[in-house]
Design a binder for this molecule. Structure first.
Ligand code: HEM
Ligand SMILES: *[C@@H]1O[C@H](CO)[C@@H](O)[C@H](O)[C@H]1NC(C)=O
Ligand SMILES: *[C@@H]1O[C@H](CO)[C@@H](O)[C@H](O)[C@H]1NC(C)=O
Ligand SMILES: *[C@@H]1O[C@H](CO)[C@@H](O)[C@H](O)[C@H]1NC(C)=O
Ligand SMILES: *[C@@H]1O[C@H](CO)[C@@H](O)[C@H](O)[C@H]1NC(C)=O
Ligand SMILES: *[C@@H]1O[C@H](CO)[C@@H](O)[C@H](O)[C@H]1NC(C)=O
Ligand SMILES: *[C@@H]1O[C@H](CO)[C@@H](O)[C@H](O)[C@H]1NC(C)=O
Ligand SMILES: *[C@@H]1O[C@H](CO)[C@@H](O)[C@H](O)[C@H]1NC(C)=O
Ligand SMILES: *[C@@H]1O[C@H](CO)[C@@H](O)[C@H](O)[C@H]1NC(C)=O
Ligand SMILES: *[C@@H]1O[C@H](CO)[C@@H](O)[C@H](O)[C@H]1NC(C)=O
Ligand SMILES: *[C@@H]1O[C@H](CO)[C@@H](O)[C@H](O)[C@H]1NC(C)=O
Ligand SMILES: *[C@@H]1O[C@H](CO)[C@@H](O)[C@H](O)[C@H]1NC(C)=O
Length: 335
């Protein structure tokens, strides 16, 4: 009895403590905004200042960096896996997989950021967190919203090229399929519509939308959801048998500015990618009301975008002692 009494009075709090510990550490650790407050307090301004410098010679770079965080997070979570080059144990990289090869860009700027961060706080800040910080700084420098970036992600030891092929939506998919790919990583249609608004800046190559321009789905005609004046412009810029690599502004009305024009374009049948226009032109879809809201109220878009970027940034991070802090974002340490 005495020992039962003892174990009752002393082990229940201990048990609660252990259960809480197991639930909170390490793999269920939450990201937070103060993760580097004592180990690298200036990391956000370092990231921002390198991007500002890069923008002087490349007005597209803010868009490119924003996209990298998306392509990182959708494949094995936000773990810097996208940044690994082929070599050593990485037999195939994500950056050369279908959705990224000759398309994803900005890796050199990520390396410049990493070098600068390593100079201030060696071995402390993960490449995955640099992508999250770079996305926020890029959107904000482009005129979009700012938000408090959650931090504490660690870097993967592996890349998943087939995952990149299957998890990242392609621009010719149906809305139902894109919605399923977002849902697979815990994002709903509000997130889908808000995050698609990142196509308010940056460029797209002809090869990603030219199936809409001449003989859409074997109909012998262009995509009927393309505004006819816009269609003529696009046909000129992306002729049949022309180079599929020619660049086009995703938002011709303000190519490098982060605003809600993307949604106003959709209302005019001026979405560039098939997956853009589908958000508004898929009959009966619940996404239509969300597009209308964001088109008429930029504040609503900015608030939703910031929240959805946080949601996306929370996809399966490595935390605690999982993974590592890479010294060079392109390579697993020691390889
Ligand atoms: C909804 C599904 C999406 C599809 C199918 C899609 C597809 C594409 C494609 C095909 C391009 C052009 C790439 C090229 O020409 O090389 C592109 C560019 C871009 N995407 Fe997306 N995207 C999607 C969602 C997102 C999300 C969620 C974000 C970020 C939050 C994003 C950010 C960007 C940006 C900023 C660019 C321009 C990049 C640059 O100029 O370098 N996209 N996207
Ligand atoms: C942030 O997360 C880290 C790692 O989980 C933890 O050590 C730290 O106490 C957290 N900070 C706050 C303010 O919650
Ligand atoms: C933080 O970084 C910025 C940009 O690199 C720099 O201008 C500033 O002096 C730094 N502040 C501190 C306290 O190191
Ligand atoms: C990536 O593109 C290059 C051409 O720039 C090509 O040689 C290479 O085979 C492509 N990689 C993959 C994995 O498809
Ligand atoms: C990914 O898709 C490309 C075609 O886009 C294909 O060549 C490649 O083999 C695929 N890679 C993997 C690892 O599945
Ligand atoms: C949607 O996904 C299904 C199953 O993966 C596939 O068979 C179909 O071709 C896709 N449709 C479109 C339009 O992308
Ligand atoms: C999507 O999730 C957010 C919470 O992150 C919620 O506020 C929103 O209402 C959801 N949207 C839909 C269409 O369910
Ligand atoms: C459009 O594509 C379909 C299917 O590939 C083909 O049968 C048809 O001849 C094409 N029409 C024109 C006008 O090129
Ligand atoms: C594109 O090339 C094909 C085959 O080389 C040719 O038959 C066709 O007429 C060309 N189309 C245009 C618009 O030049
Ligand atoms: C959507 O509805 C409109 C008007 O009812 C119709 O003209 C159009 O063909 C429909 N589009 C699709 C893709 O079903
Ligand atoms: C725009 O959206 C914001 C944020 O949701 C909301 O507070 C505001 O009332 C909306 N403005 C209008 C005019 O509806
Ligand atoms: C490569 O993989 C082998 C076998 O899993 C492992 O022992 C080694 O540590 C890995 N190398 C690096 C640099 O991670």
């Amino acid at each position: 009895m005495k020992s039962n009494m003892f174990s009752f009075t002393h082990s229940l709090p201990t048990t609660i403590f252990l259960v809480l510990t197991i639930f909170l550490h390490p793999s269920n650790a939450q990201l937070n905004s103060s993760f580097y407050s004592s180990t690298c307090p200036n990391v956000s301004s370092i990231v921002r200042s390198i991007i500002q410098q890069a923008l002087q010679s490349d007005t597209r770079i803010a868009a490119s960096l924003t996209r990298l965080h998306f392509h990182d997070c959708f494949v094995n979570g936000c773990d810097g896996s996208l940044l690994l080059d082929q070599g050593g144990n990485i037999t195939l990289s994500e950056k050369n997989a279908g959705p990224n090869n000759n398309s994803a860009r900005g890796f050199n700027v990520v390396d410049n950021i990493k070098t600068s961060v390593e100079n201030s706080c060696p071995g402390v800040v993960s490449c995955a967190d640099i992508l999250a910080l770079a996305a926020e700084a890029s959107v904000s420098l482009g005129g979009g919203p700012s938000w408090t970036v959650l931090l504490g992600r660690r870097d993967s030891l592996i890349a998943n090229p087939s995952g990149a092929n299957t998890s990242i939506p392609t621009p010719t998919e149906s809305l139902a399929n894109v919605t399923a790919k977002f849902s697979a990583v815990g994002l709903n249609i509000t997130d889908l519509v808000a995050l698609s608004g990142a196509h308010t800046f940056g460029r797209a190559q002809c090869r990603f939308f030219n199936q809409r321009l001449f003989n859409f789905s074997g109909t012998g005609s262009p995509d009927p959801t393309l505004n006819s004046n816009y269609l003529a412009t696009l046909q000129q810029n992306c002729p049949q048998n022309g180079s599929g690599n020619t660049l086009n502004n995703l938002d011709p009305s303000s190519p490098d500015t982060f605003d809600n024009n993307y949604f106003q374009n959709l209302l005019k049948n001026q979405g560039l990618l098939q997956t853009d226009q589908e958000l508004f032109s898929t009959n009966g879809s619940a996404t239509i009301a969300i597009v209308n809201n964001f088109a008429s109220n930029q504040t609503a878009f900015f608030e939703a975008f910031a929240q959805s970027m946080i949601n996306m940034g929370n996809i399966s991070p490595l935390t605690g002692s999982q993974g590592e802090i890479r010294i060079d974002c392109k390579k697993v340490n020691g390889s």
